[in-house]
Ligand binder design. Structure first.
Ligand code: BV8
Ligand code: ZN
Length: 253
């Protein structure tokens, strides 16, 4: 992709924006070599979510769920942030307020250097006792017990510190994300199928608040018709290019 057209009225939003939000999903990490969940080649093509990413699945077969997350942890630890993660770090200096909200649990935004990140679906880097809530490093827990989840001092089992289907998101993280979406003037949705709620609801919140909403995704999503600018290209190409355009608009006017 050499270029994409940015209409003048969108450039005007780039110049005027005071509060920006980026909302990311698994597609942002695809060019780092991590699988997405949905779509061709996605993780859910090979496994059913309810067999692995639910509390019921963990109760039924804790070892199977633990080994799947151990594999994902290893894959994420071996991956490197790509140009999309790195470009989003620059957004922190471009606007008076910027919040990065992610559905990803792979830790790549933080490793790229993003600060103040809102991780809506938790993190793959930590394990949490399902009974007492004690947290520990997931990599260490896997090294100690690769096949079955280790047992906590309280007798409970450690599980990945992610949010499974049917579980509530951390209400403080969710409400901060909702507040930011509802009060921003520029909202970038990138690499998400926009199908998992309540996360996907942030896009609608931003749109209803009158923000300029941009979508970066090679495939259309349920929100594609609502957004102000759709860029049908991979994040690793589109986000750095978009970031350069914003930098140009904000420094040279
Ligand atoms: C809850 C974390 C209250 C762990 C994940 C019916 C209607 C509406 C809602 C529901 C419903 N039935 C059930 C629900 C609720 C449910 C839900 O939304 N279900 C949907 C699927 C129907 N939600 C919940 O359960 C949530 N909790 O509602 O609490 C409650 C409480 C009790 C009882 C009931 C309700 C909790 C949801 C959390 C799920 N956690 N995982 C883990 O990772 O293992 S899900 C998973 O989906 C991911 O982790 C990710 O976080 C999330 C979103 O996925 P995406 O990031 O968007 O990834 P996806 O693969 O889908 O898309 C990738 C995109 O990238 C594609 O569009 C592709 O085109 C694009 N792409 C590919 N390459 C690139 C690219 N884009 C850019 N560049 C590229 N190179
Ligand atoms: Zn415990």
């Amino acid at each position: 992709m050499d270029t994409f057209e940015i209409p003048d009225e969108i450039r005007e939003h780039f110049r005027a924006a005071r509060r920006a939000v980026a909302f990311s999903g698994a597609g942002v990490s695809h060019e780092s070599g991590l699988d997405t969940f949905r779509g061709a080649g996605g993780l859910w093509e090979r496994m059913r979510p309810e067999e692995l990413a639910t509390p019921e699945a963990f109760r039924a077969d804790p070892g199977k769920v633990w080994r799947w997350y151990a594999w994902r942890h290893q894959t994420a630890a071996g991956a490197r942030p790509n140009p999309a993660h790195l470009a989003l770090v620059r957004w922190e200096t471009l606007f008076p307020s910027f919040t990065l909200i992610t559905q990803n649990v792979d830790g790549l935004h933080a490793r790229a250097g993003s600060r103040g990140l809102l991780e809506l679906h938790g993190t793959l880097l930590e394990a949490r006792c399902h009974r007492c809530g004690k947290r520990r490093d997931l990599g260490e827990a896997v090294a100690e017990s690769p096949e079955e989840p280790p047992v906590c001092a309280c007798g409970g089992r450690f599980r990945p510190a992610v949010v499974w289907f049917g579980e509530s998101l951390d209400p403080r993280v969710l409400s901060r994300g909702q507040d930011e979406a509802a009060s921003c003037d520029l909202f970038l949705s990138v690499g998400t199928s926009s199908t998992v709620y309540p996360a996907a609801g942030l896009i609608e919140l931003a749109h209803r608040a009158g923000a300029c909403v941009i979508e970066v995704n090679p495939e259309p999503t349920p929100f594609s018709r609502l957004v102000d600018l759709r860029i049908g290209a991979p994040a690793g190409e589109a986000v750095p290019r978009l970031t350069e355009e914003i930098e140009r608009c904000r420094t040279r006017g």
